[in-house]
Design a protein around this ligand. Structure first.
Ligand code: HEC
Ligand code: HEC
Length: 300
């Protein structure tokens, strides 16, 4: 029994040592290749090789030295730091499932991620931040084989009207945003407690009633972009296939009526006496179905 365990252990150690050796060899070579990764935004060019020190100092504690999201602080943090080896990102201007642009990552790093432990890195210089973006990209081969998606087009914001807010509310009901976000945006819809992210971790919908800023920005255009591209890796889908560009603005206006800060949209909703949607209300009475005319002779 003892010898058997001992043999097994020796064997396991040997296998591990061998695997470790070949892994280290491959990564050392690949690492040099991968550190050639570049990023471009705001007329600055980033080089992954320029961010090695900054990444270890500022990012590795959460995102891990290997970029796998398993830094030493990760256990204490919810939501968990992003695993960069998967190259799945929440904040993108590009369609669902595609890689974000360098500009997308550059603005995320500068802005930080609201309602999470991801800080804003604007105190670092633009050069440092774009180097870090290249470094984030160097963790996944997806950036070598795929191009970022084409950013969605966002038409100019139309004039706000009461009709647009009402149309936006109808969309909120029809597209079933309420199932997760709740009828008045309190993140308490019937599905809210059942949601998990791609890595099977519980995740909460955004609470419009309490929160002013989104993870992926805070302007009207950011809001438009969020539900037209979705947050990859989460149950928050893209609605690009279900919403026309003009309708998307109606939805933006309606969502603004749900938020805690004072908005023009909220003012209009108040004047309208707008009530939260009621998805359980009986459907409006349908016209009576025509009765079969049983006493008339049937055509032969
Ligand atoms: C204190 C922990 C912490 C540190 C330090 C940190 N991050 Fe993060 N980061 C997070 C968390 C947590 C998330 C995930 C937030 C979420 O999913 O809501 C995240 C997400 C990200 C994302 C993905 C955003 C998206 O669109 O999905 C990027 C890119 C990123 N971090 C870059 C960096 C860089 C670069 C640094 C270092 C300069 C850094 N982070 C330092 C915690 C941290
Ligand atoms: C299946 C559930 C589900 C549905 C349906 C859904 N959402 Fe979400 N939504 C989520 C989750 C979960 C999050 C939070 C993601 C996160 O924190 O990473 C979210 C986040 C958001 C955010 C904030 C994103 C950010 O950057 O912080 C907005 C805005 C949003 N949803 C709008 C909508 C709209 C509009 C609809 C309907 C057209 C909708 N959602 C439908 C689950 C859903």
């Amino acid at each position: 029994m003892r010898t058997q365990t001992l043999k097994l252990t020796t064997c396991a150690v040997a296998v591990l040592a061998f695997a470790g050796l070949s892994f280290a060899q491959v990564t050392e070579y690949q690492e040099q290749q991968n550190l050639g990764m570049e990023a471009h935004a705001d007329h600055v060019t980033g080089h992954a090789s320029g961010a090695t020190m900054d990444y270890r100092r500022y990012c590795a504690g959460c995102h891990g030295v290997l970029g796998d999201g398993e830094g030493e602080n990760a256990v204490w943090i919810d939501p968990k730091p992003r695993n960069f080896t998967l190259a799945t990102f929440k904040c993108r201007s590009t369609p669902s499932g595609t890689l974000p642009t360098d500009e997308d990552l550059f603005s995320t790093v500068g802005r930080g991620v609201e309602a999470s432990n991801m800080p804003s890195w604007n105190p670092l210089s633009p050069q440092q931040r774009i180097d870090l973006v290249a470094y984030v990209k160097h963790f996944s081969d997806r950036w070598k084989t795929e191009k970022p998606g084409t950013p969605i087009e966002i038409p100019a914001e139309p004039a706000l009207t009461a009709d647009r807010i009402k149309a936006g509310q109808a969309l909120f009901q029809k597209l079933e945003c309420w199932k997760c976000h709740g009828v008045d945006g309190r993140a308490n819809g019937p599905s809210a407690d059942t949601l998990t992210d791609d890595q099977n971790r519980p995740i909460k919908p955004f609470n419009f009633h309490d929160q002013t800023k989104f993870k992926c920005g805070s302007t009207d255009r950011d809001l438009y972009r969020i539900f037209m591209t979705g947050l990859d890796g989460t149950p928050m889908p893209s609605f690009a296939d279900n919403v026309k560009p003009d309708e998307a603005w109606d939805l933006v206006f309606y969502l603004r009526t749900l938020q805690p800060m004072h908005t023009k949209e909220k003012e209009i909703a108040k004047q309208l006496g707008l009530k939260p949607i009621n998805p359980n209300a009986p459907a409006p009475a349908a016209a009576p179905a025509p009765q079969p005319q049983s006493n008339e002779p049937k055509p032969q």
